[in-house]
Design a protein around this ligand. Sequence first.
Ligand code: AHR
Length: 655
Amino acid sequence: MRPVPAFFFVATAALAVESFALGQTTPAPPPVLTIDAGRVTARVSPTLYGLMTEEINYSYEGGLYGELIRNRIFRDDAREASHWSVVHDRNGIGAISLDESQPIPGTVLTKCVKLDASQASTGHRIGVANDGYWGIPVKPKTSYQASFYAKGDGSNSPLTVSVESNDGAKVFAKAQVPEINGQWRKYTTVLTTGDDVAPTASARFVISTEKPGRLWFNLVSLFPPTYNNRPNGNRMDIMQLLADMKPAFLRLPGGNFLEGDTVAERFPWKKTIGPLEQRPGHRGCWGYGASDGMGLLEFMEWCEDLGIQPVLAVYAGYSLKGEHVDPGAGLQPFVDDALDEIEYVTGGPSTKWGFERAKDGHPAPFRLAYVEIGNEDQFDRSHSYNRRFAQFYEAIKKKYPGLLCIATTCEKGIPWKPDVIDEHYYRNAWEMEGDATHYDAYDRKGPKVFVGEWATREGEPTTNLNAALGDAAWMTGMERNSDVVVLASYAPLFVNVNKGGMQWGSNLIGYDALNSYGSPSYYAQKMFNTYLGDSVISVTGVNIPTQAWQRPPAPKQVPTLFFVATRASGSGTIYLKVVNTAGFAQSVQFHLNGVRHVAPDGLSVVLTSAHPGDTNSITEPTKIMPVTSKISGLGTSFTHAFAPDSVNVLQLETQ
Ligand code: AHR
């Protein structure tokens, strides 16, 4: 949290009143904001606020991707079937082990789990259990789609599939599948919980038998209901949180996840498409494996479900641990791979990769406007990015002249001017607030800017109110300059809050197996995006109090009020955003020019809490939420008091 120095006010209404009473000083003049609705300073970029995603903090595995079974194809651990255990009731005796001698022909499913049920009989079952991603979420009146491949040694009775408590004492839902035979075959069934089931994540998924024998299982899957009922789809609650943000785009698939630790471990998009039986998964770069169930098509369908556009990042020959591919002939296969990827996304079904997409179930091409070439290539010590970028840029523009190319850095001498540059900012609240005017004097002749990753990093696993204040101050600057900043996306988007789920502190949305919630930063963004006009109008401030940020070598004075206003040209509605980072209320005088009339009644939306360190969590998911209320007494001049530590929107109806 931001340290608050003992005496940090240079001039504040509160301090001045007190001093005045003691007869020591004249009161500080109140802050005044003058809005000129007739002075449009920028058009608001229609793609300003979006989302950024990658596999980090169990974003898809145990997160957005609906799959509930962990290690479903037994590749997570070379030594054992991790997250799997043997279940034996009473006198049942059995064991499980990894088995590489039973591949499923024509698939990448080469490793499976073997169950040796040496002693089993009616009432004495033997089975395999999966503990999911920190539990299997059980909810009442819910149908789960279960599927798995199985084969037996010929002596097996019907199998029972169940979701049950971890000790097996309570069965929440179960189904039988017919007797299996000695050939691999896929089985599917539906498990439905009753109305009276209390939600819990203390549950496991079990496949069991009551007859001795040997059984093999692979690609074991369990899906809850998904958003828009998509097969292989996404968790409904998290998708709803995203939809509520009204984003314009999704940057995918990273981030570092695009790069991988090494060239060989980059995001292997061609192995993430097609049937799950053909997806081996890959290592990922955040300490755990990706099943790639969330593959390229699923990313696109995620965009489709939210009605937003993808910003597709293609691997550009640089990986996290410093490996790079030299520009020239060696890089060409990577360029070709990116062209294939773009064709998979945008090509008609008569193109090679458009045909593949159609085969995968989506004949209609997706709309794509932006392609990002690489990720954070400023870290490439070989300084090869200029030439790598040029090689990708030329090939992409040749085949897709309408696509806009985003560069991840802009080193001197870059042969082609990128359409857009991706800039990343991870900072504390002081730094965000101290730099909120960053883009005010930005070069308007250079490339446009994509703030592809940004966040005020305070509070974990999700951010606190103080971070939301820093975020909101920073957003006033991006919004004010959205002629230059055409896209912006916070990162990271997701975190699984269970122990071991987080690799990066300070995230936007938190969840466990059962529940999810938005951080104060989430709500600040939702406010900024919900209340947004199409034109930025001029706001000037005087008498803005400052506070001292104790930044070595010398303190820096940082304003305590941040503001931006946009207007919707059709309706004349003005959305005035004011962030009060002071720990006391501030009364601001407003003057509105350039309008004939301001309706006396309007709306106020306020995000605040008692302490800047306050936050939301799984147990208190809505502690900090925007509160909307009607306000009156508005006009071409009015005064409004902003709560301490608050993010505010005033909605004014004007003509
Ligand atoms: O958002 C976390 C990481 O930060 C991203 O993967 C990377 O691009 C940046 O360094």
